[in-house]
Design a protein around this ligand. Structure first.
Ligand code: NCD
Length: 335
């Protein structure tokens, strides 16, 4: 079996992920998926290590998914929620992180409403010369690497469950539809999907998809595979996968849409609109979903088209893989 060296200490972005890193995550997640199907779903990999979930912003699936992933690897977990913490008494983010460091935390999983917070904590840990790894669980409108990787794993393991690898997406057409402007999920997915050799079609109203989005991302080298549309139809035509995104009202600083009803009519994914796609098209959504807005309620629950539940399930195995790679003593990986 080939051996890959994992050199990444923090996981903050997918912008510079290599093909080898993507495939190491996909193959290791597949192994953990198998572990999770056993009667005893636990391995001793991170025994004695402490994983702290530092969520400064609300979360259901990402926080719980990291927690269960850490527990399946036998780590001890600490859960922090800003609203019930000393931050309400004026403690700063870095002081909070240093408090968790002093308690022996090995891995910090960080979510914050502002872009750059996980990077700032990672820099502080590096400056202090400690071996703590930081994993970005979503920072503002910047990135959400573990979501990008679990979406990649969900799609690749649908194509080949035994050997999911990024090359399986070469030449596939993938539409990303919705509030791209405010979406960290879209940004992480764009990096991984472009790296896979897929054709990526972004579709949204102009207020949610700036014309020069690719240039703004710095994705111009691969712009021949990244397309932007202000109409839905060209993005859906012959698409193999459709990724829908939540309208992130909490990040909108102005009235960017006339009404949710009009948005659903023009950009909401429904069975009728899916007829433009490949016959075996699948639909993804990172959750939480505004039912009947970005996707019709019946489609969301239809296992023939919807991968939404499988994304949540995949999330645990993928996060186990990420914790495994950055957990100490796992720098050399057998695949
Ligand atoms: C996403 C997030 O928080 O960025 N959700 C998630 O992590 N599952 C997307 C969203 O909030 O719409």
């Amino acid at each position: 079996m080939p051996t890959t060296t994992w050199n990444r200490h923090h996981i903050l972005t997918l912008a510079d992920f290599t093909t080898a890193e993507y495939n190491a995550v996909l193959q290791t997640a597949a192994s953990f998926q198998e572990v999770l199907s056993r009667r005893t779903k636990k391995v001793p990999t991170l025994q004695g290590q402490v994983v702290a979930n530092l969520f400064f912003e609300p979360s259901t699936r990402t926080r719980s998914s990291f927690e269960i992933a850490a527990k399946r690897l036998s780590a001890d977990t600490l859960n922090f929620a800003a609203a019930t913490s000393s931050m309400t008494k004026g403690e700063t983010i870095l002081d909070t992180a240093k408090t968790y460091l002093a308690m022996g935390t090995d891995i910090m999983v960080v979510r914050h409403k502002d872009a750059g917070v996980p990077q700032a904590i990672a820099q502080e840990m590096d400056r202090l010369g400690v071996k703590v790894s930081v994993l970005n669980a979503g920072d503002g409108q910047h990135e959400h690497p573990s979501q990008g990787l679990l979406d990649l794993f969900t799609i690749c393991s649908l194509i080949d469950p035994a050997q999911p690898k990024i090359e399986l997406l070469q030449g596939k057409k993938i539409a990303i539809v919705g509030d791209i402007l405010h979406s960290r999920v879209a940004r992480s997915n764009i990096w991984s999907l472009i790296a896979s050799g897929a054709e990526v079609h972004l579709a949204a109203p102009p207020t949610l998809l700036p014309k020069f989005f690719a240039e703004y991302l710095g994705c111009t080298e691969n712009s021949s595979r990244l397309f932007t549309h202000w109409q839905l139809e060209p993005a859906l035509e012959n698409a193999d996968f459709v990724m829908t995104l939540r309208l992130q009202k909490e990040r909108m600083t102005a009235h960017l849409l006339p009404s949710l009803r009009e948005y659903h009519q023009l950009f909401g994914i429904t069975r009728t609109k899916l007829k433009l796609c490949q016959p075996n098209v699948k639909v993804l959504h990172p959750g939480p979903v505004n039912r009947g807005v970005e996707i019709s309620s019946d489609l969301m629950d239809d296992p023939e088209f919807s991968l939404i539940q499988s994304q949540v399930t995949s999330g645990v195995a993928v996060r186990m893989a990420l914790l495994y790679f950055i957990g100490s003593g796992s720098s050399r990986v057998n695949q």
